[in-house]
Design a protein around this ligand. Sequence first.
Ligand code: UDX
Ligand code: ADP
Length: 451
Amino acid sequence: MKPFPKKIVCIGAGYVGGPTMAVIADRCPEIEVTVVDLNADRIAAWNSAQLPVYEPGLAAVVGRARGRNLFFIGQGDGAKKMAEADLVFISVNTPTKTEGEGAGKASDLRYVESCAQFISEHARGHTIVVEKSTMPVRAADTIKRILAKNSHGGSFEVLSNPEFLAEGTAIRDLEAPDRVLIGGERPEPIEALASVYRRWVPAERIITTGLWSAELAKLAANAFLAQRVSSINALSALCEVTGAHVDEVARVVGSDSRIGPKFLKASVGFGGSCFKKDILSLVYLCEFHGVPEAAAYWQQVVDLNEWQKRRFADQIIRQLGAAKGKVAVLGLAFKKDTNDFRESAALDICRQLMAAGLEVVSYDPRVDFAEFCQSAGIARGMQPAHTVREALSGASAVAVLTEWEEFRSIDWASMSLVPNAVIYDGRNILDPEMIRRANLLLHSIGGRDSD
Ligand code: UDX
Ligand code: ADP
């Protein structure tokens, strides 16, 4: 085995594979990094000025490395590269299964399996195969089984090296990670992969574990983060009926150095492509391996999140009552600074408001309105607005669902809402004084309603 990998191939030019390989290529100019994808349009976009993923800093990183030691190619050209590769990353999507055993919870490994098949057909010599996508614990068994069918006499090692980047901060997370996790069964391949990261990550931040611990740790990390949001959201409901304010409670709780202040912001509910999918995968694993009590515990994190979204929409529906009226939804993205709305709270909340017969107008600075409606299953009825002002015009209620900076400084007094309209601040970002001065009413998550 070569001690320092010289040629890397990554299968999957998606949200994780693209930025991760771009940073590796940028930081390791002597390593050739090739990213392969089935989707020709996506590859074309990675080779153009209009990258398929928006992330601050990504264009600069790609600009430095592309054509030098970073290449994006189609699957057809991938076979030759695969034969030369020392390290192959599997970086494809692992969505929740929609049919078969474990449907609705377990991760669908069909894309991972097809990658393993491709590697098995084309790899030669000794190849280290790295799980970069989030996988259920013991997924490496499946990969190894497929790799064993290799007909070129090749040998393989499988490592788990899950990615912890968050959307909007991907490049920062990759360039200065809290930790890099490498799980494996033997020290040599772990060392080979660690030697790549050590070019820019301090050695003490590279954690090595067994293979199964690494696979599980990634699910566990996302479950812990989501659990903090559900915990503070559970408290937000109690705050609303007791007069406590959830932001004050969070500040006190988070100032304990054992707990820490991050991920304690009450909200309309967490979204994004990872949290729900990964917790459901964890729930399925607990059930599958015979620990239903643990499954029920983690399931509750998702259930609480669903309840929080429903609870928020119910409050608006109750207030408007038979009078109906227009609701302005501000923010469709699952968090600020992204156009991603996968699992966004806005999907459920808009659907619920529409089902109650309310007129809904929405504004988001980045989300594609037509794609959002299609994904939400809203065929017609919801209206797009091109500005905050347009959305708010004539609204009886306003639902702030994403914490976009521009919403913090809305000049409420200059907007033409109906008198006594209620602003439902699902992110607790608005200044109560500004709302009061505009003669509007404020309902914040886990806060006291203004009279
Ligand atoms: C997450 C993990 O943070 C990352 O490590 C992992 O690799 C992928 O999943 P991401 O989905 O990009 O990243 O978003 P994140 O910033 O974690 O936010 C997830 C959701 O939780 C968002 O909807 C956000 O608004 C919500 N959230 C977060 C809260 O409601 N309150 C908080 O205090 C923090
Ligand atoms: P992630 O957020 O995990 O990066 P994405 O959905 O953004 O997930 O990207 C996954 C990418 O993997 C997609 O571009 C998809 O076309 C690609 N992909 C899936 N299966 C294969 C495969 N067998 N071979 C090559 N590319 C694949």
